[in-house]
Design a protein around this ligand. Structure first.
Ligand code: FAQ
Length: 333
């Protein structure tokens, strides 16, 4: 019941690769190859549209569900300053969700439809948000690692071939980079604090490291959509490339604050100019995607309750819009 699978395009080996089909498809691919942005009213292959709806809506759901693990700590932030910063960050994530739902709507789906897919348990959202936040250090680890991984992926998406998505990403990346710094700053404070605080920071890194690596998706070998998405320049770098880059920039940050990345196989490979790292537990990843992560049920229950609690706001907004429309018609005669 709690599957996260939307399967619009999953295994959608059935999506025709219209690139091979007619002159319009050929012109479309040429525009993409010339790095022209595709805009909502432009001709596009149906598979391109579906892939974007799938990816952008999963991304929007991730931002909104992603408010929950950190929201859990707003009332328990250790100082007023920390509380204000965390409130602002969580609010930013809600804003990212709104830009992204709007970008998806330019492709001819309604926000209500997309939200329905989330609430019914059909839609995917990022696996990372199905893990619990059990200590204040988790708020540091989320900003540092989760926002850090999100930026690594989203900077590449700023060059996505679809204009509305690419433009939304530019703004989102600016905010995410602030989020990453506030998380790292929390980790620095804890790592330089008492031995109990250092232990909290290390414990948070131990729990969030591997799930953060999973955010980049399955390995390139297993990735269903990467090859076509890269041809369409929706994705600009592969899951494994981005994951490797994230590891390469993050390991020195951990070392700088005296924390140890929980991977005994981690070692610098001078020949590659990159870190070698241990095997990712893909069974855990697949279990989380299948709805069996530590918090999948709790997250969906929270979103459903928020949606039900907000019913009166939607009804009031519609009634207001209807009255305004009737007044305007009366005035127009
Ligand atoms: N979790 O063939 P691929 C954030 C699915 S935002 C769940 O490689 P694709 C901000 C994938 O959807 C974080 N599902 O797929 C924040 C596909 O399923 P489908 C979200 C995953 O699309 C911070 C199947 O596996 N960011 O954190 C995951 O080419 C802090 C096969 O995979 C985005 O969404 C996963 N980790 O590449 C908020 C960025 N990985 O549809 C609050 C945009 C893969 O066939 C607090 N998205 N799957 O049923 C992307 O760049 C891509 O969609 C990837 C996956 C890279 C995530």
């Amino acid at each position: 019941m709690y599957t996260q699978g939307l399967n619009i395009a999953a295994g959608d080996k059935t999506i025709p690769i219209e690139a091979a089909a007619g002159p319009e498809a050929k012109r479309f691919q040429e525009r993409v190859d010339r790095e022209e942005k595709i805009e909502p009213k432009d001709w596009m292959p149906e598979g391109y549209r579906k892939t974007l709806v799938r990816q952008i809506s999963q991304h929007a759901h991730s931002e909104v569900v992603g408010m929950l693990p950190e929201g859990n700590w707003i009332t328990r932030a250790p100082t007023l300053r920390r509380k204000m910063v965390l409130l602002a960050k969580v609010q930013d994530e809600g804003g990212h969700g709104l830009y992204l739902y709007s970008a998806a709507e330019t492709l001819g789906v309604s926000r209500a439809e997309l939200i329905d897919q989330l609430l019914s348990g059909k839609a995917k959202y990022s696996s990372i948000f199905n893990y619990p936040t059990t200590s204040w250090a988790d708020i540091g680890a989320i900003g540092w690692l989760v926002d850090g991984a999100a930026i690594m992926n989203q900077v590449a998406l700023c060059r996505c071939s679809y204009g509305p998505y690419a433009r939304a990403m530019v703004r989102i990346c600016k905010e995410e980079s602030f989020h990453q710094r506030q998380g790292y700053e929390i980790m620095i404070a804890l790592a330089r604090g008492t031995s109990a605080q250092r232990r909290m920071a290390q414990d948070a890194l131990d729990r969030w490291w591997w799930p953060s690596l999973m955010m980049f998706g399955p390995s390139d070998k297993e990735s269903l959509h990467s090859a076509q998405s890269m041809r369409w320049k929706i994705k600009r770098q592969s899951n494994d490339e981005l994951r490797q880059r994230f590891i390469d920039v993050t390991v020195p940050q951990a070392e700088f604050i005296g924390l140890k990345v929980p991977d005994p196989a981690l070692s610098w490979n001078a020949a590659r100019g990159s870190y070698d790292f241990g095997a990712i537990d893909w069974t855990e990843f697949n279990e989380v995607l299948a709805g069996n992560g530590p918090c999948n049920r709790e997250r969906l229950a929270a979103r459903r309750k928020a949606h039900e609690d907000g019913a009166w706001v939607r009804a009031a907004a519609l009634a207001h819009a209807e009255k305004a429309r009737a007044r305007a018609m009366k005035k127009a005669g």
